[in-house]
Design a protein around this ligand. Sequence first.
Ligand SMILES: C[S@@+](CC[C@H](N)C(=O)[O-])C[C@H]1O[C@@H](n2cnc3c(N)ncnc32)[C@H](O)[C@@H]1O
Length: 322
Amino acid sequence: MNGKNKIYMKEWLKIREMSLEPILKWAGGKRSLISEIMALFPPDYRARRYHEPFFGGGAVFFKIMPKSGTINDINNRLMNFYTVVRDHPEKLIEMANQYKHDKETYYKLRDRFNQPGLSNIKDASLLLYLNKTAYNGLYRVNSSGGFNVPFGRYKNPNIVPEERIRAVSRILKNVKIYNNDFSYVVDYAEKGDLCYFDPPYQPVSSTANFTSYSSDGFDFTDQIRLCKTCLDLDSNGVYFILSNSFVSEIIDLYIDIDSFRVEVVQANRAISSKVSTRGPIYEILVTNIPKEISIGDIVIQYRFKRLKKESNFDNIIKFTPK
Ligand SMILES: C[S@@+](CC[C@H](N)C(=O)[O-])C[C@H]1O[C@@H](n2cnc3c(N)ncnc32)[C@H](O)[C@@H]1O
């Protein structure tokens, strides 16, 4: 390991130790890939403005705790939640602490959440309660927008993590909160800024129809728009990292762009109990951050070698079209 890598490695280990956990559980949460994502950052990442246009639970944001930038998600109730956490943490804590944890209360509050006319703080307190007590911590709505996840039967959930809400409130004061399409970031990010994209993933199943599949209302034309957004950021001198599933249609979009590189990583997620889908899950990270200035490229290389050894990786890489 040369001198530069030693310094970067130290920085990387320091980052891993800092921990502000997300408040909400969110589908597609990025906790398991944080080390790899952060290893791609430049070492002075905290001095740069940071943007996260598909915020969800914000696992990466809370790990790096940026000093300025923007966060965004198309889900308006989610972004209202973070605005209330930032601006009214004590009122939120007080209100959410009034809700009892039992099945009857859950369905009563779920109905209330689905009715119009809630104040922003009430809306946020109900979202917190439902997120902590709903089955699997899912956020799912029906075609008319009603939250419809059943009661989760957790034994003793920590519904109102007070200290975390206060800490998150302090960090959120550093950023602007938006509720927009991800493409807003082209207007807001400036040269030298960092941007992390975690869009709804393309499905891995080979039987899925890529052009018509939509998750979170996000279909393949949105994936193409996202690739164009990355190109725009690149030409404006903004650094980006994007995660997505390891599927040829997505790799195809990015692989031929000279200033981008595509890294394959293994997500240590809980895997499906179905025998047919059991096995390691690969994902891709795309970035325009040059290898020479990434904090922990060495970490990525190490993982890559191990992955190759453990998983007959050569066969998998053949799956990539180019
Ligand atoms: C995979 S999740 C992000 C998970 C997040 N990184 C975490 O750690 O929890 C994708 C998010 O993208 C949001 N989304 C979907 N379409 C969007 C769009 N066009 N613009 C911005 N956000 C969008 C969804 O509401 C969802 O919260």
